[in-house]
Design a protein around this ligand. Sequence first.
Ligand SMILES: [Zn+2]
Length: 279
Amino acid sequence: MKMAMVSISVLFIFILSFQEIIHVAYSSPLPHEDQSLEESTGARFLKQEQENAHEVHCSRERSRAAWKVIEEYLMPFVEEEDYQISTKCRLHPSNDIFRDQEEHKVHVDIYEWRCGYCKKSFRAEKFLDQHFDNRHYSLLNSSYGKCLADLCGALHCDAVMKTKSSKTKCNPAASARNRHFCESLADSCFPVNQGPAASRLNELFLHQFCDAHSCSGKQKPFSRGGRKQKSLFYLASAALTLVLLPVFYLFVYLVQRDMRGRTQELRRISQVEWKKKPS
Ligand SMILES: [Zn+2]
């Protein structure tokens, strides 16, 4: 009886330790298994990310949207006027803490984004953004007034961001605040006393961005158009010219042929009449 008890407990211990061995063998990441390697790297990456969570109180995504608005709906007009925006103006590129990092993004192809500082590659832009936050955060100069995302209220960033729900109720107080902020941006970036170009741009800025800050809904943002619309207009007119040019030449050819036919007919008639006359 005692022997049986001992052998059962030995067997039990043996089974337990065997289970432990199997468990350890399956849960530890094996270097030749890509799946588990990838998972463990992912977990490590996440852990590092949490450890390196740096306090930058500025949204990269909204800053990018604000930059997009400036590039598309303001810069074409500033370039046309050959106007130099002052560094005191918050729209100046030096006042965007993410500008340097954004310019160090290399979009190799659809699934490859490369870091311009250390040449590391990523499958998507969001991973490169995370990499910038973790590895190159020291490059971020997060001093006051350098967050482009703060200008989003004035610049209508939601209009270029896909996340916007179109049926948000208009708040008159918020609209008035945004309008006031928008007008102060126009005055600081394009002071009317700085010549005709600045004053024209000041007026444009008010129409392009500030007028739409009202709950009437009469004015749409970017009413003066942007780079994309301009290039679309050129593309459309080029296509129209290409289509109309052959039609025009065909018309000229047909008219000329018709004229030639008529003159030949006239000549034949006159020849016939000339021959008839002597007889
Ligand atoms: Zn890097």
